[in-house]
Design a protein around this ligand. Structure first.
Ligand SMILES: Cc1cc2nc3c(=O)[nH]c(=O)nc-3n(C[C@H](O)[C@H](O)[C@H](O)COP(=O)(O)O)c2cc1C
Length: 332
């Protein structure tokens, strides 16, 4: 039996500094179906920080999941409740981040050594909210790289009702590797995620790590319930160009120029509300990746949208340079 319907079929990974509300809005222009995740927000930040800034999002972003970081069941439960009140469709717990700051707080990947505490956290979060509570974790950490350990971990969390496991298919080295190296050096073992699905067919497994194209995602979907893409989408949001037609049965074909226009209009609205131009424009740099004049677009934005006093007009001007060939074709 598998859970249905399946919102986890395709998702975009939580990425600090990258998957803020502006980038998520951009991705949503490209795909209506894909599930979006926020950057990690700590439980304490949710409880004591500037909530509109940390949690605010556009209704168009749905379905969107809030990723929390923390290791205190009571605080995580409270933060999850706030997330639900703000309208998030899911609350996810980060059990995979190896950064020193996060380790210093005793959460993220180092929690993979503490399944009892993690189960307590997830149980408290589940009790606090009606939306799904999911876990995002690694295959293991440090010397704990053993399929048996991973299977017992899943069993433990399933025991408190967790039904969705997002598995970054490599372990994390907590000492000696930077977070960036920890996304590249430990070996990817997709077979372990496939095996989890075989061993726990009633649970939902989302495979993450190193997936670059929709063809690759489709191949994994023969073995697991969902695929999460991270860097590939940031590097080129149009990697999701055919996602709606191919995975969601939507007759939709986004075009880069249309998406660019929508994003410039969005930027204008944001700037009017006091958001700095670059906070949005920086996410648009890869919008014409691998396209004719894509490098020109990137350069124009980097040079002009990052200047003091720049207005969204510089984006319209950059787009004119990009759109010129299209206009010429239409005229000729
Ligand atoms: C810039 C950056 C920031 C990240 N921040 C987070 C985070 O906040 N929470 C998290 O669970 N994973 C984070 N990750 C890891 C991604 O969610 C994902 O697991 C990882 O990049 C592997 O997927 P990919 O190969 O498709 O990028 C981050 C990755 C990157 C590149």
């Amino acid at each position: 039996m598998s859970l249905s319907p399946n919102p986890h079929l395709l998702s975009v990974a939580p990425m600090m500094d990258w998957t803020d509300r502006h980038f998520r809005y951009l991705v949503r222009q490209v795909s209506r179906g894909v599930l979006l995740y926020t950057e990690m927000v700590t439980d304490r930040a949710v409880l004591h920080g500037n909530r509109p800034r940390l949690l605010g999002f556009d209704p168009l972003e749905h379905p969107v999941a809030l990723q929390l970081g923390g290791c205190d069941p009571a605080l995580l439960a409270q933060a999850a409740r706030v997330g639900e009140e703000w309208g998030y469709d899911e609350v996810n717990l980060n059990l995979g981040c190896p950064s020193e700051r996060v380790q210093g707080g005793g959460f993220g990947a180092c929690l993979m050594k503490e399944p009892d505490l993690v189960a307590e956290c997830l149980a408290a979060m589940r009790e606090a909210v009606g939306v799904p509570v999911t876990a995002k974790h690694r295959l293991g950490v440090d010397e704990l790289e053993d399929y048996g350990y991973l299977a017992r971990w899943v069993e433990k969390l399933a025991g408190v009702g967790v039904e969705v496991f997002i598995v970054h298919a490599r372990k994390a080295w907590l000492k000696g590797l930077s977070p960036k190296e920890n996304r590249e050096i430990p070996e990817l073992r997709y077979g372990w995620v496939y095996r989890l699905k075989q061993d726990f067919p009633h649970l939902r497994f989302v495979l993450n790590g190193g997936v670059r194209t929709l063809d690759e995602a489709a191949a994994h979907l023969a073995h697991v319930d969902g695929v999460m893409l991270g860097r590939a989408v940031y590097d080129d949001p149009f990697v999701l160009e055919h996602a709606d037609a191919r995975f969601y049965g939507l007759e939709r074909q986004p075009a880069r120029l249309e998406v660019a226009r929508a994003m410039i209009r969005y930027t204008e609205a944001q700037v009017e509300q006091g958001v700095p131009l670059w906070a949005v424009a920086r996410h648009l740099l890869n919008l014409f990746k691998n396209q004719r004049r894509g490098k020109l677009w990137r350069r124009l934005l980097s040079e002009r949208a990052n200047r003091a006093g720049a207005t969204p007009e510089v984006l319209w001007e950059a787009l004119e340079h990009i759109a010129a060939p299209e206009l010429e074709a239409a005229a000729g």
